[in-house]
Design a binder for this molecule. Structure first.
Ligand SMILES: NC(=O)c1ccc[n+]([C@@H]2O[C@H](COP(=O)([O-])OP(=O)(O)OC[C@H]3O[C@@H](n4cnc5c(N)ncnc54)[C@H](OP(=O)(O)O)[C@@H]3O)[C@@H](O)[C@H]2O)c1
Length: 354
């Protein structure tokens, strides 16, 4: 029950939500532009985010990093430095009396997901580049994404505006007919090099590793699982109830590579991998979503296809809709890297409302 006039708002609410609602009202009316941030994971992205926040010159917002944690230590502005203890860290987040609390999950760990529901229920925002949350069961995806305080733009192609573009198209009543693209900078680089040089495939993979483009074991890029997760997220945003196992993955690696347990074993079989080249076509590792089906694997694209223009380790996403049919939307650019990803994470932090 509520009454409104020009000067006051009066609400009667259950006692168990008084704290949340007071908090929410306070942040809307008084300090919506202050963001109190708890960072889980201080690796490449977490560290870049911390630097970005310290160097930022946006005067409209105040960013307070209240606490950080990695697998070894945790630091809290008020309680000092301790050995890492995720339960205790989350307890700090839940009980600290700041408004506008945001947890930034900069890990690729499944463990953090155990706390997502509790945090969101307690009106604490979550911003994450970690794909794991969105690629568990479809039910948990629906649950997390039902909160406006859950932001995850950087889970697909880092800072490129893929998820927001899809959402805006859907909100405006357009219909997504297909999504296709190169969603991995590593695989984009490897196949662009393979198309444009005569180097053996294995040499190109080694070169990509030396340049720091691959995971510590390149199998984790080449098995396509990361790309499966990304196309699954996009399909789910389009409203499709789908699980990771529903994404078809046409493996192009020899079985010995796929089943290898170590990097040495992986490389010892990779020399057998020689994807066939076809005159007039480029090979790319393409993720597709069309007619409610998602797949990842090698595709041959002719020289007129937008993917043929892919450069370096860029990503490219082509979205065909009812409105953008003749000339689909093409989004291209770096889809990984500390700087662009942490900038995307910060943009989510800024846009997050409770
Ligand atoms: N790198 C990119 O360009 C990029 C682009 C888009 C999205 N992403 C996503 O962003 C996330 C972070 O990537 P990254 O490259 O920064 O990874 P990273 O360098 O490996 O850093 C991961 C961090 O998470 C911490 N961590 C792992 N498990 C933890 C746990 N249980 N409790 C507390 N801390 C934990 C690690 O702690 P230690 O330091 O103690 O090991 C480390 O600090 C990943 O999900 C990745 O897929 C990355």
């Amino acid at each position: 029950v509520y009454t409104i006039n020009d000067h006051n708002i009066c609400c009667i609410v259950n006692s168990d939500v008084v704290y949340n609602i007071t908090n929410r009202l306070h942040s809307c009316l008084f300090d919506g532009n202050t963001k109190n941030i708890y960072i889980i994971g201080t690796g490449l992205i977490g560290t870049s985010l911390i630097k970005r926040i310290h160097n930022i010159s946006i005067t409209d917002y105040t960013f307070n990093i209240i606490a950080t944690i990695n697998t070894r230590t945790m630091e809290h502005e008020d309680y000092g430095t301790h050995t890492s203890d995720l339960n205790r860290f989350i307890e700090f987040v839940l009980t600290d009396t700041y408004n506008n609390k945001i947890v930034v999950d900069c890990t690729s760990s499944n463990l953090i997901l155990n706390y997502y529901d509790k945090l969101l229920l307690n009106n604490i925002g979550i911003v994450t580049p970690n794909k794991k949350g969105n690629t568990q069961s479809y039910q948990s995806f629906l649950r997390y994404t039902s909160y406006i305080s859950y932001k995850y733009e950087t889970t697909v192609c880092a800072g490129l505006p893929i998820i927001s573009t899809l959402k805006n198209l859907l909100l405006s009543g357009d219909e997504i007919l297909s999504i296709e693209g190169v969603l991995s900078g590593t695989l984009g680089y490897i196949f662009t090099q393979y198309n444009n040089t005569d180097k053996p495939f294995i040499d190109i993979v080694k070169q990509a590793e030396q340049l720091g483009y691959t995971e510590p074991n390149p199998l984790d890029d080449l098995n396509g699982v990361d790309v499966m997760r990304k196309i699954l997220i996009l399909a789910r945003i389009c409203g499709i109830s789908m699980e990771l196992d529903d994404v078809a993955n046409e493996l192009f690696l020899p079985p010995n590579c796929i089943n290898s347990k170590t990097k040495a074993e992986f490389y010892s079989s990779l020399h057998e991998c020689k994807p066939e080249k076809k005159a007039g076509f480029d090979i790319h590792y393409v993720a597709s979503f069309k007619q409610n089906k998602a797949s990842v694997g090698i595709q041959y694209v002719n020289k007129a296809h937008p993917l043929s223009g892919l450069k370096g380790n860029d990503n490219m996403v082509i979205i065909t809709t009812k409105l953008y049919f003749k000339n689909p939307i093409v989004i291209q650019g770096p889809g990984a890297g500390a700087e662009v990803t942490s900038a995307g994470v910060l943009s989510d932090i800024i846009q997050l409302t409770f």
